[in-house]
Design a protein. Sequence first.
Length: 273
Amino acid sequence: MQELLRFEDVSYAYEPGRDALRGLTLSVAAGERVAVLGSNGAGKSTFFLLAGGVLTPAAGQIVFEGEPVRRPTDLSRLRRGVGLVFQDPDVQLLAGTVEEEVSFGPMNLRLPESEVARRVADALTAFELTEYRRRAPQYLSGGEKKRVTLADVLAMQPRLLLLDEPAASLDPAHARQLEGHLARLHRQGLALVVATHDVDFAWRWAGRVLLFQGGRLAADGAPETIFADRALLAGCGLEQPVLFRAGRALGLDPLPRTVEQLEQAVGKERNTP
């Protein structure tokens, strides 16, 4: 797979002598589904802000699509190619209407009006927001606001999407809807990196897990490998996913990622003579 983003020994400190991120080296390829885990203060949000071009490294280098990010023009290229969705949608929503909100980014790219209109219409349709286009986003529900922030970044046509706790404050129905949107975005070719505290979601959804601890990358690997290491998880304040534990207890191979897979596997076991 083509590499999109690479961190080379990147560090960042909000205060002198107190690194929020230390010596981070990793890469993200096109089409990946990556879950970022770790306790509060582990470095997840700092990683996202650096990857999205909001912060610049104190040390080390960021490379996007094979080119180092060094000059203001490089930073602009990074911000166009990497979409960042914050945990709290109210931080991101500033315009008077949903349509104005979604059009803001493409307009700043100085695209032709026809192209801006096309991107906005496509994004609103993709997230079922067309009927809300004249509404003020501040007065929408939490799930609707989250969809507007997703439409925001989709209109910029990024190659990599970073989502910080996207299911926070969502009820189960809206959380399932969000997962459906993530699946569709992935089918469209976007690389997705999601910071979450929900190990069950990470097990169900991710193809790769990054585990942060104390500003460092503690582990980077397949979910099966990361979640098998109880000592590592405990050191990072995490537990094994419920379906991972259930599958292990029942001796299932492969381990189920969804309840439906668990039910199917158990059904087969019962029907085996």
